[in-house]
Design a binder for this molecule. Structure first.
Ligand code: ADP
Ligand code: MG
Length: 701
């Protein structure tokens, strides 16, 4: 078979036909012969070795054993009977069990002949058994050509119904492989293959489907994992170059009065070294003539806002406007207040635009933006609407970017003739290589240092049964002049069940902390924006002691005097959410506390989350644990899929290999971006196939 034969439509493959071809297309994107080879097995049935009965330790594994049947009997059970054969090798005894087809089995089985049996082990009452084993005479077994590791391909109800069985896939792929051996040309440069001792492509293709041994299998897997990571990285890195070439940006050539004035007289604290470094990185980007696309990662409380603000000053100094988009009204409002304060001595005009802005305010904002009167606009999604037009937008900042979809962000690009510089800030830190894979060509800055003088938050886990002592603790803290958050899970803002939890909680708090001594606020997503703002304001001004809330306060909220965070039903929150919530305290000079409340019964994952939270305050460590618990797909939501569509490699488990692949890809893209070097020409065909027709959403961040 030659290479063009592999492009034959799949319905022409022996045993397939139009009906099966239809489901293969729908379920697996298999259109031509070649595509079939790209379905890799999920797992393998291991018939490569034989086990001794005395070595058997755990149930639910598949084993192959050589031995003899020493007796056959019926055993009565609740319903009917089962057929049991005693099976022995020289080391021990197990039972083979059948619940049907007795006669057929009885006729076939003989005692004192050597058989090979295969099946999944059960363990019950101190006894191993295999139900409905595969069984064959050792003689027959020896003489048969066998597949030592049998591939099990992904499947679905639909496939099975249409007759696309594992056997069919196995046979078809086997047939293709045996006739098409020579067409799998190597697609990785020779030097990489040699460096990493990679199995060559044709061989790996054979062993990924029909491994000769476990060792061959792991070499084949290693090769394809590397290949997969490598081409993804190649694509991302090359795209980045293309973007930098293509996407011209505005040049902020000078550091002007606003920035310098603020730096000298406006800052009430010294910037941390990390903040200074990030500002330099941003300054370098905006000073070049390409558009900045930078991701700023920094743990909660690390001081991202001030960095964002000072970047906005760079824009204004160069005659541009700037905007800051936040995911919630509360946060937008808070940023507006904070930034207005910072601007006081600077004579800059700032406005806030949210879904609840009145028509009149809106109109004024639109006018002032167009005339250039307004320098800074803070807001929610409202500011990406088409109606909102700037005279000259130079920088757009997106706070807590994980809350926004990529398409929403893309709209910001269209707000000026050239796309404005974009800075996205996030407090959901993720390991660097992973971030680079998820965000493709975004440049990454990290604030890896907290402002000095912060006392680490003390975190404890308490069961609901300790509620009384927790309440006493709250009283003591309030007596010292502190404020307290109590957060309830409201996974879906519309769920009445959760809502009831919150209201019950609020009532019980109101009972245990009676007025007038204690003042309590409540905040949830179903409230009107002006009511939310009012409650938030009262709490921020210290007029209420306790804030009972849902996760609407999760991101960004900054009330330095609040020093206690109680999280109810903490087991229902993910790690990054718990960490975000905890980040609402520890913002002032006082010792802060986070108390995780749960019921007694906890699942394994929940236990791990509680432990992780009590053991570390480090957002990067937590996100790594979170990744292990949940996998990266969850982490970013659906917005980053595409790049995460990995077939065989795993971003978390194979993270080390990802780093290796990235560094090789970097080397090539740096030295030979056009793949012109003779050794790199092998890359071209696979690369083009992979990039064909794909949008890289990542680059519109
Ligand atoms: P986040 O990174 O979570 O958005 P913020 O920007 O809200 O953090 O900053 C948290 C608090 O730390 C704010 O009150 C801010 O004024 C303060 N802060 C920021 N940078 C410094 C610094 N270098 N020294 C002291 N306090 C700082
Ligand atoms: Mg923030």
């Amino acid at each position: 078979m030659n290479a063009s034969k592999l492009q034959t439509p799949i319905e022409y493959l022996k045993g397939v036909g139009p009906q099966k071809a239809e489901v293969l297309k729908k379920e697996f994107d298999v259109f031509v012969f070649q595509d079939l080879l790209n379905i890799f097995p999920n797992r393998y049935i291991d018939k490569s070795s034989y086990r001794k009965i005395s070595e058997l330790r755990e149930a639910s594994v598949e084993v192959q054993i050589i031995g003899k049947i020493t007796g056959i009997r019926y055993v009565k059970q609740k319903k009917g009977k089962r057929l049991v054969a005693d099976f022995e090798d020289e080391t021990g005894h197990i039972e083979l069990v059948w619940f049907r087809s007795y006669k057929w089995i009885l006729d076939k089985l003989k005692t004192n002949v050597t058989y090979v049996v295969f099946g999944k082990l059960n363990y019950f009452n101190g006894q191993f058994s295999i139900a409905h084993p595969e069984i064959e005479l050792l003689e027959t077994h020896k003489n048969k050509g066998r597949i030592p590791l049998q591939p099990v391909y992904p499947s679905s109800e639909k496939l099975i119904r249409k007759g696309v069985s594992n056997t069919l896939l196995m046979k078809s792929i086997y047939q293709l492989l045996s006739t098409a051996q020579s067409v799998f040309v190597e697609n990785l440069p020779k030097s990489i293959c040699e460096d990493l001792k990679l199995m060559d492509r044709a061989e790996a293709m054979r062993h990924i489907h029909f491994p000769k041994s476990l060792d061959h299998l792991s070499k084949a897997q290693f090769r394809f994992k590397f290949e997969e990571f490598f081409f993804v990285q190649l694509r991302l890195l090359r795209q980045k170059i293309v973007n930098q070439k293509k996407i011209k940006g505005y040049t902020f050539s000078k550091v002007g009065t606003y920035f310098n004035e603020f730096y000298k007289n406006g800052l009430s604290f010294e910037l941390t070294n990390a903040q200074k470094r990030v500002l330099r990185e941003i300054r370098k980007d905006v000073g070049s003539n390409a558009q900045m696309n930078r991701l700023l990662q920094g743990d909660v409380g690390s001081g991202k806002t001030i960095v964002g603000f000072m970047s906005m000053l760079m824009a204004i100094d160069n005659g541009f406007q700037a905007c800051l988009m936040a995911p919630t009204e509360i946060l937008a409002q808070q940023h507006y207040e904070g930034i207005s304060e910072l601007c006081e001595s600077l004579d800059l005009n700032v406005a806030v635009l949210t879904g609840s802005s009145k028509t009149k305010e809106r109109k004024k904002i639109h006018d002032d933006l167009m005339s250039g009167e307004l320098h800074l606009l803070i807001g929610t999604h409202a500011l990406i609407e088409d109606k909102v037009q700037f005279k000259n937008l130079g920088l757009a900042i997106i706070d807590e970017q994980h809350r926004f979809g990529v398409k929403q962000r893309a709209k910001l690009w269209k707000k000026n003739d050239l796309p404005p510089h974009v800075l996205v800030m996030t407090a959901t830190p993720i390991p660097r290589t992973l971030a680079m894979s998820l965000y493709g060509d975004l440049d990454i800055s990290v604030i890896d240092e907290l402002p000095p003088g912060r006392k680490p938050i003390k975190t404890v886990h308490r069961f609901d049964s300790h509620r009384l002592s927790v309440f006493q603790f709250i009283r003591d803290e309030i007596d010292k002049g502190r404020q307290v958050y109590i957060v309830y899970p409201l996974i879906e803002e519309s769920s009445n069940f959760d809502y009831k939890d919150l209201m019950d909680g609020y009532e019980s708090i109101a009972r245990d902390f009676p007025m007038p001594k204690y003042q309590t606020s409540i905040l949830h997503g179903q409230m009107k924006p002006e009511d939310k703002a009012y409650e938030m304001q009262r709490f921020a001004e210290g007029k209420t002691h306790i804030m009972v809330a849902t996760t609407v306060i999760e991101v960004g909220v900054n009330v330095p005097n609040a020093s206690v965070m109680i999280i109810e039903s903490a087991e229902r929150f993910g790690l990054s959410q718990l960490h975000q919530l905890r980040g609402r305290v520890g913002r002032g000079a006082e010792q802060s506390y986070c108390i995780l409340m749960t019921g007694k019964k906890l699942g394994e994952d929940a236990k791990t989350r509680m432990q992780a939270m009590t053991q570390t305050n480090d957002g990067f460590k937590l996100s790594e644990i979170d990744l292990k618990l949940r996998g990266p797909g969850d982490l970013m939501g659906t917005q980053q899929s595409g790049v995460l569509d990995l077939k065989i490699a795993d971003l978390v488990k194979d993270n080390q290999l990802l780093k290796t692949a990235r560094s090789y890809a970097q080397h090539i893209v740096k030295n030979d971006p056009g793949f012109e070097h003779p050794e790199h020409q092998v890359l071209i065909s696979t690369y083009n196939q992979l990039t064909k027709g794909k949008t890289i959403w990542n680059y519109i961040s």
